[in-house]
Write a protein that binds this ligand. Structure first.
Ligand SMILES: Nc1ncnc2c1ncn2[C@@H]1O[C@H](COP(=O)(O)OP(=O)(O)O)[C@@H](O)[C@H]1O
Ligand SMILES: [Mg+2]
Length: 298
């Protein structure tokens, strides 16, 4: 599969410019769309699932124009919207059966088999007769992914699927998705949480205020951050100063003060050692220093 996005712009009717000149090619595997709230992630996803038209620009899926071949492209898609809703009165099983029908599974016997398989896969088989409205938060989210995955879509688009999940559910969710990527399909996952991206995504894009500021493997983002992450030991008094001057990533109490990690271009008069960055560091480095949101004061 290949999704090609060319010169994509979206301006909402009220004048909000949600996407500016996005150019991006997405291939098989898990793709992470990272960015803070308001960056344009949901807008991009709604365009990709043909719920909304771009203002200008073009998207093709395996060469098929999204606008001109809307129906054909839709049969390839599974979508979990950010504000996923379902009929609370339906049982978990009924809801998935309904989703399977929407996905075009007409034969009842095939549908039964697919629904059952999906319930097993997302760990909801025991809860199949429970009213969907009575599922726990994590289970509801798994029902959301199940309805997106049913009918074997070739492109799965999930918008902030881990928001509000506890760490265990989050890991479970990630594993569920990454298992899918063994097949020839595209999974696009949006998130404002760096940890959702690191382990699972082969490729990613970083969106900020509608612009794509990075695209590539997460490791490339990390590489660009080398030389900008420092560890230093500071006293309690210095700590106040350090918090004002630098982007502090982590702090650990030490005997006479604090061990801190900062993302900076340099640490001025403070003795420090460079450390190997992770994706969390890279995200802060890009948002704060490269994009210059927060100025460093010496
Ligand atoms: N229906 C809409 N009408 C007008 N502006 C919108 C609408 N939806 C989103 N926006 C604006 O577009 C920008 C991108 O929003 P969104 O795509 O929801 O970002 P994200 O999903 O990354 O949080 C924001 O500034 C948001 O306020
Ligand atoms: Mg959103």
């Amino acid at each position: 599969m290949e999704i090609r996005i060319e010169n994509l712009n979206k301006i909402y009717r009220n004048g909000n410019k949600a996407l500016s000149d996005i150019n991006l090619t997405i291939e098989d595997g898990m793709f992470g769309l990272l960015g803070p709230n308001g960056a344009g992630k949901s807008t991009l996803m709604r365009i990709l699932v043909t719920l909304m038209k771009p203002s200008t620009g073009k998207v093709t899926v395996n060469g098929l124009d999204l606008q001109k071949n809307r129906r054909e492209v839709r049969t390839l898609l599974g979508y979990l919207p950010q504000d996923f809703r379902f009929f609370a009165k339906y049982s978990t099983w009924e809801f998935l059966d309904y989703s399977a029908r929407l996905a075009g599974l007409r034969s009842r016997s095939i549908r039964n088999r697919e629904v059952e398989k999906m319930l097993e896969q997302v760990g909801l088989f025991e809860a199949r007769d429970r009213q969907a409205g009575r599922l726990s938060g994590g289970m509801k989210r798994r029902l959301g992914i199940a309805q997106a995955l049913i009918g074997n879509p070739k492109i799965v688009i999930v918008d902030e699927p881990t928001t509000g999940l506890d760490p265990d559910e989050r890991i479970r969710f990630r594993n569920l998705l990454s298992k899918m990527t063994e097949q020839e399909m595209i999974i696009i996952l949006s998130t404002h949480i760096v940890g959702d991206i690191s382990s699972t995504c082969r490729s990613m894009a970083l969106l900020e205020k509608g612009k794509m500021v990075f695209e590539g493997p997460p490791d490339n983002l990390i590489t660009k951050t080398r030389g900008h992450v420092f560890q230093m030991s500071v006293s309690n008094r210095e700590f106040e100063d350090v918090k004002e001057k630098f982007n502090v990533i982590s702090t650990i109490p030490a005997v006479n003060g604090w061990e801190v990690q900062v993302v900076a271009n340099d640490t001025g008069n403070y003795p420090s050692t460079l450390i190997e960055p992770n994706l969390e560091h890279a995200y802060v480095y890009f948002m704060e220093l490269v994009l210059g949101q927060k100025q460093e004061i010496y």
